[in-house]
Design a protein around this ligand. Structure first.
Ligand code: PMP
Length: 442
């Protein structure tokens, strides 16, 4: 395994300087900038299978997988061939096409949704799902959980107000107070807080949106009380109050299991979200996302219903071809391989950190997992925030120097693919002991 000299990534440094001159922070999405871990972001030149190659010719085993989408690894030959053939037929027609119907059918077959509408990003999917829920119910209030990320939708970039059942305040400059004054932000896994919010505002609540298994504060599984899962509890309380339950599976969809995170709970417990959102894996590395749900709700959408929603590139033939090829190739064997690779990486990481005396908690939802540098079990955003970010930064850089590309933030899931073979896993395992030591010394 190549050991990089951290001071020596000249081509990335040069590109970063050029990028910063023309783009805020030098990146087109903030976490890529390494702000949370320090140092120069690596500019990648190429990706194949489980490996990334940067512009200085350093190779890394990829544990980010484009933040989730690359379930089959990079540049999968059959996905590439399907995409090349699609490009050769033209790249956007602005008319209905075959692959968008087939992709919708594939998603409907794998999940409890009856109808879907395709969009181009997870943000668009959640934004549209909330508009639809408001239009369908004729109500305005939205509940979300602290630490759950649903894209950069104004109403969802909200921080909790002064009390549990008080309305939220903007989470960023640029979002007017009027955009978050109809949002309630509650602590994740807190049933009493949900009950209190419904008791106080029940008749005004249009919907509750949650990540199906949160991955954006690190992986925080929905908790179970007396055999009753948190999502089942949410589905039931929403139903009782005439609000819609929106399960955001942008990250978990077709990733946590073949049927997403719903395959871990709802499928067995016998409940179904009113609306679901998808993205990442279903686009196969292209901009494609979706929201879907009960036919009665989806029929409220334009052109059949009054709730407006649209998109020039929605259902784009190249993006939908890539997503369809990915989902068709994502067999039970693919999920079994990723699950087994995840077990190996989780166990080895935990063992290395234990040996080095570094407090940590490994949490998973299906094949998705993350490592918190804390000794507190993580059930919500407050406990996630006990993570030792300095220890993670040291661990991250030691892994990077040994050719392993982890998410450049302590609060992210680690992603594997079917292309993570013995070679790639071996490279991760080889890097762990020294990285754990670096974390211990941070
Ligand atoms: N929902 C969830 C659960 C996500 O993880 C993300 C992105 N990380 C989004 C929505 C937003 O998706 P996009 O970045 O495609 O807008």
């Amino acid at each position: 395994m190549p050991t990089l000299d951290q001071g020596s990534v000249p081509a990335s440094e040069q590109l970063f300087a050029r990028a910063k001159a023309v783009t805020p922070g030098g990146v087109n999405s903030p976490v890529r900038a390494f702000n949370a871990v320090g140092g120069t972001p690596r500019f990648m030149r190429e990706a194949k299978g489980a490996w990334l190659t940067d512009v200085d010719d350093n190779r890394y085993v990829d544990l980010v997988c484009s933040w989730g989408p690359m379930l089959l690894g990079h540049a999968h030959p059959e996905v590439q061939a399907a995409v090349q053939a699609a490009v050769a037929r033209g790249t956007s027609y602005g008319t209905p096409t075959v692959p968008e119907v087939e992709l919708a059918e594939e998603i409907v077959a794998r999940t409890p949704v009856e109808e879907i509408r395709l969009v181009s990003s997870g943000t668009e999917a959640t934004m549209s799902a909330i508009r639809l829920a408001r239009g369908f119910t004729g109500r305005d209030v939205v509940i979300k959980f602290a630490g759950c990320y649903h894209g950069h939708v104004d109403a969802l970039l909200a921080s909790a107000g002064s009390g549990l059942a008080t309305f939220a305040v903007p989470g960023t400059p640029g979002v007017p107070a009027s955009s978050t004054e109809l949002t309630l932000v509650l602590p994740y896994n807190d049933r009493a807080a949900v009950e209190a919010a419904f008791a106080e505002h029940g008749e005004r609540i249009a919907c509750l949106i949650t990540e199906a298994a949160p991955g954006n504060m690190g992986v925080v599984p929905p908790g179970s009380v007396d055999g009753r899962g948190f999502n089942g509890f949410l589905a039931e309380i929403c139903r009782r109050h005439g609000a819609l339950f929106i399960s955001d599976e942008v990250m978990t969809g077709f990733r946590a299991t073949r049927e997403g995170a719903w395959g871990l709970d709802g499928k067995h417990e016998g409940w179904t979200p009113d609306l679901m959102t998808f993205g990442k894996v279903m686009g196969g590395g292209f901009p494609a996302a979706a929201f879907g749900g009960r036919a009665e709700v989806m029929q409220t959408l334009s052109p059949v219903g009054p709730v407006y929603q649209a998109g020039t590139l929605s259902g784009n033939p190249v993006a939908t071809t890539a997503g369809l090829a990915t989902l068709r190739l994502a067999t039970d064997e693919v999920y079994a391989h990723i699950a087994s690779a995840a077990e190996t990486v989780k166990a080895a990481t935990s063992e290395a950190l234990t040996r080095a005396g570094v407090a940590h908690v490994v949490q998973a939802a299906g094949t998705m997992f993350s490592v918190f540098f804390t000794d507190t079990p993580v059930t919500d955003f407050a406990t996630a925030s006990t993570t030792d970010v300095a220890a993670y930064a040291a661990f991250f850089h030691a892994m990077l120097a040994r050719g392993v590309y982890l998410p450049p933030s302590a609060y992210e899931a680690w992603f594997l693919s079917s292309a993570h073979d013995d070679d790639a896993i071996g490279a991760i395992l080889a890097a762990l002991p020294e990285a754990a030591q670096a974390a211990a010394e941070a």
